[in-house]
Ligand binder design. Structure first.
Ligand code: ADP
Ligand code: ASP
Ligand code: MG
Length: 439
């Protein structure tokens, strides 16, 4: 049996956390391949090493002195090395990194050093082999992950080893520069390594006891999810359940490898199993709730638009030409709404309005900002009558005004748009009705 184990930033934030990680790894011989993140927060107001690196590099690029910030990063690693009593010096590494900062080696290079250094420390502490991700994880010229080349090189490299520590978050471009995945991307590396060694299980160790039915920052101690499908998870992680990077399922899904989310601080908890499909009935009608703030809706009104062939295409073409992705497009007989990310839309607002007028000749266009979207997700919703009704009566009781509804054709999710100020209340109302009162 072979397991790939990924440990997140908070799991490796201090020497104390490193000790827990070693205990977990040595508890089973199968835990042979390890993917660490950079040291994360030790306490709520602490700064992640990744963010310290970004900050430090930004100073370097401006030609400003970054000695203090650089020393603070060194100190994070040295305190771990010292407290673990390791015979390891990172002085040479730090010299190279400093020179590369001055030489402006890139923001991605800078950010990746957290995972790189932490992996050297962890490999030394475990007595495992260290493999630099730059030698085994590849991106193509367009900056997209090159799965074919990676699989070939990474599989061949790991096949010869009993164990290895492979840093998360980054790889290399064809021109040998370093590139990272988006934030939280060590989860993706873990999945790639699991697929490369054809692991039996990909364990993702974090600071919560699995995927929870709601964001624990909104609901205190939400119920954990025992089993969730890849599709349900993707809907939830895309909508803000950040416990696992939304792209982390692709490599393992292809290979049929399940993911187990576990808690480094409570290793006895079984956590959440993420699987292709399951006959296991979820405990509640819904599997989970997740949501995000920061959306804008563009409402386009035109009499008889339903009879105008190609109207939807003409609307979306304007967004496409301006490089804006749309999230949802709820529509009525004479109206069509396009939901977009507020931050992306704001820069292109006037170009898009002008384009819509030119392309679609609407009667009116209205823009509504500060919208939050909430996804209610569950494979059991399909077979339970009245789910939508229960959601809306719960929201009405909580005095939440629903601004938009979109039910996916797979009946796996219902998306609800509410004002940002109603976001927390809406989450609570939906959680209460399905989980607390088990309706
Ligand atoms: P790591 O550093 O281990 O990768 P992350 O911070 O990326 O951990 O993800 C874990 C965090 O995700 C939790 O501490 C929690 O605050 C947050 N989170 C948001 N939504 C959920 C959810 N539905 N279930 C569990 N955790 C969630
Ligand atoms: N350290 C990176 C981040 O903070 C990657 C990760 O933790 O997964 O985003
Ligand atoms: Mg994470």
């Amino acid at each position: 049996m072979t397991k790939v184990v990924k440990f997140g930033g908070s799991s490796l934030a201090s020497a104390e956390q490193f000790k827990k990680v070693k205990e977990i790894i040595t508890a089973e011989d199968s835990r042979r391949f390890v993917v660490p993140s950079a040291p994360g927060k030790r306490f709520p107001t602490d700064i992640k090493v990744t963010d310290m690196l970004y900050g430090c590099y930004d100073l370097a690029v401006k030609g400003m002195d970054f000695t203090d910030q650089f020393n603070a990063i060194k100190e994070r690693f040295y305190s771990i090395i010292k407290e673990l009593g390791l015979d390891l010096s990172l002085e040479k590494e730090f010299e190279v990194i400093k020179a590369c900062f001055i030489g402006k080696a890139g923001r991605d290079y800078a950010a990746s050093r957290g995972e790189y250094l932490n992996s050297i420390v962890l490999a030394n502490y475990l007595g495992y082999n260290f493999i630099d991700a730059a030698d085994v994880i590849f991106f193509n010229d367009q900056g997209q992950f090159d799965s074919k080349k990676t699989k070939k090189v990474l599989s061949a490299r790991l096949e010869t080893l009993d164990n290895a520590v492979v840093p998360g978050f980054y790889g290399s471009m064809p021109n040998d520069t370093i590139k990272t995945f988006s934030r939280g991307g060590s989860d993706v590396t873990g999945s790639i390594v699991a697929s490369a060694v054809n692991a039996d299980l990909y364990e993702n160790w974090t600071d919560v006891s699995g995927f929870l039915t709601c964001d624990p920052r909104i609901i205190k101690n939400p119920a954990p999810i025992t089993t969730i499908t890849y599709r349900e998870l993707r809907e939830l992680s895309y909508m803000g359940a950040t416990v696992l990077h939304e792209d982390a399922i692709f490599p393992v899904r292809k290979a049929g490898i399940p993911i187990n989310i576990r808690n480094t601080n409570k290793p006895e908890d079984p956590g959440t199993m993420i699987v292709e499909s399951t006959s296991q009935k979820p405990k509640y009608t819904i599997t989970g709730i997740a949501g995000k703030k920061g959306f804008t809706v563009v409402n386009i009104e035109k009499a008889m638009m339903n009879a105008e062939v190609g109207f939807g295409r003409k609307v979306l073409e304007v967004f496409e030409k301006n490089g804006i992705c749309f999230e949802h497009t709820p529509s009525g007989i004479d109206t069509m709404s396009v939901v977009v990310h507020q931050a992306e839309f704001a820069d292109k607002e006037q170009e898009i309005l002008a384009g819509l007028h030119r392309n679609c000749h609407p009667d009116s266009i209205e823009i509504e900002t500060d919208l939050a979207l909430i996804a209610v997700v569950g494979r059991a919703m399909k077979s339970n009558r009245g789910t939508a009704g229960r959601i809306f009566s719960a929201l009405a009781h909580a005095h939440v005004n629903v601004k938009m509804i979109d039910q996916g054709s797979s009946e796996l999710n219902i998306i609800i748009g509410v004002s940002e100020e109603d976001f927390e209340a809406a989450n609570k109302a939906i959680y209460d009705i399905f989980v607390e009162t088990k309706l």
